[in-house]
Design a protein. Structure first.
Length: 119
C-alpha cells in the first residue's frame, strides 16, 4: 500500500510531501502489525527528510512522539505524529477514527513496555 505523508521539519518554513510504501493491508483490514508498519514508515520518512543519507531500514522505536487521529475533511482520517524533529501527517485512511485510535494506543503501549536499546 502507498500513502501520502506531509512532513514539516522544525526550523523550516515549508512542508514536503512524500509517498510512503508500506506492507500494510488496506486500512479497513488493518491489524496492529499493520498500524506499527505505518507508524514506522512515517517515522522513517521524517528521519529521511532531516537526514537524507539515512539507511531506508534504519531501526526506529515507537516512542518519543505525540500522536493523534483526526477526521479528514473529504472523508477518512489522518494520523499526525509530532516530535522535537518536526511533524508528519499521513492519510487519509478509510478506517474509523475510534478504531484506529485504539489500535495506535495498543501498538505504542506495547512498544513502551518492551525494553529496547537503540545505539
Amino acid at each position: 500500500m502507498k500513502f501520502p505523508a506531509d512532513i514539516w521539519l522544525r526550523g523550516d518554513n515549508h512542508a514536503t510531501t512524500e509517498t510512503i510504501e508500506s506492507s500494510a493491508h488496506e486500512p479497513s483490514a488493518w491489524t496492529d502489525a499493520d498500524v506499527a508498519d505505518v507508524l514506522t514508515g512515517m517515522l522513517r520518512a521524517i528521519d529521511r527528510a532531516k537526514n537524507p543519507d539515512t539507511a531506508a531500514d534504519r531501526p526506529v522505536a515507537l516512542r518519543g512522539f505525540s500522536w493523534i487521529v483526526n477526521p479528514y475533511e473529504d472523508g477518512g482520517v489522518v494520523i499526525a505524529l509530532e516530535m522535537t524533529l518536526g511533524a508528519v501527517v499521513a492519510g487519509p485512511f478509510n478506517i474509523g477514527e475510534g478504531q484506529l485510535t485504539a489500535m495506535i494506543h495498543r501498538v505504542v503501549s506495547a512498544a513502551r513496555a518492551t525494553p529496547q536499546t537503540i545505539h
